[in-house]
Design a protein around this ligand. Structure first.
Ligand code: DX5
Ligand code: ZN
Length: 220
């Protein structure tokens, strides 16, 4: 089984105390998921490079930047400069991501693709060999706190099957509505990276919530 990685989503944190919030979870998780939204690709606006750059000296976590933006290639230099480790780009925004992936790699960034609930897996399979991560959205992107869409489960299964049968080394991330109830199902279907906003930063004790999530996943 692929190693489990927990990626709390900063979107659900208290924006008045970001560094403190990250410090609380840091010893309990592997990644920090940073949802960048432009108000165009998705209806919401979150934060961008200055927030990522300000957090960089505060944390050694792997910064996983989920770009819900229309023209991600235009921002890769600034994201690398801000201290991103991974950028993930929506296939709906960039139907042929070859050049974007090359640009990211040239900047020393890891690269991944994201698929929305309505997008079939076959939209990304031709490009998976360019990827370190595939993100399967289990909610519509743009907002935290939504319920997990069970339609993501067969897609995760098909993604895991594709990755294994093609001998690819691609992490499979699930993003949206992850809780101690839904994470084990996503794990059984093949996910190994679990984004959780509300379930971690929305909890009264985010560190304990991250531990609970890992325990639920590892119990399966
Ligand atoms: C949604 C974002 C998610 C979001 C998850 O557009 O991509 O990363 O923060 O939030 P929860 O865990 O609350 O569903
Ligand atoms: Zn996200």
């Amino acid at each position: 089984m692929t190693p489990v990685r927990i990626a709390p989503s900063l979107l659900a944190a208290d924006f008045g105390h970001l560094a403190e919030q990250v410090a609380k979870v840091e010893p309990h998780v592997e990644w920090l998921h940073l949802d960048v939204m432009d108000g165009h690709f998705v209806p919401n606006i979150s934060f961008g490079m200055p927030v990522i750059a300000s957090l960089r000296p505060e944390s050694d976590l792997y910064f996983d930047c989920h770009l819900m933006i229309t023209n991600p290639a235009a921002y890769l230099d600034d994201l690398a400069e801000a201290g991103a480790n991974l950028v993930t780009v929506h296939i709906e925004a960039v139907p042929d991501p070859t050049a974007t992936a090359e640009k990211a790699r040239g900047l020393g960034l890891d690269f991944g693709l994201v698929i929305n609930p309505a997008t079939p897996l076959r939209a990304v399979t031709p490009f998976l060999e360019l990827c370190d991560v595939l993100v399967v959205m289990s909610v519509e992107p743009g907002f935290g706190g939504q319920s997990f869409m069970t339609e993501a489960l067969p897609k995760l299964m098909a993604a895991r099957e594709f990755v294994e049968s093609n001998g690819l080394s691609v992490d499979i991330q699930v993003d949206g509505g992850i809780t101690t109830e839904t994470a084990p199902k996503a794990r059984a279907a093949g996910a190994n990276v679990f984004v959780a906003g509300t379930a971690i930063f929305g909890a009264s004790d985010p560190a304990a919530a991250a531990d609970d999530l890992r325990r639920a996943i590892e119990e399966i």
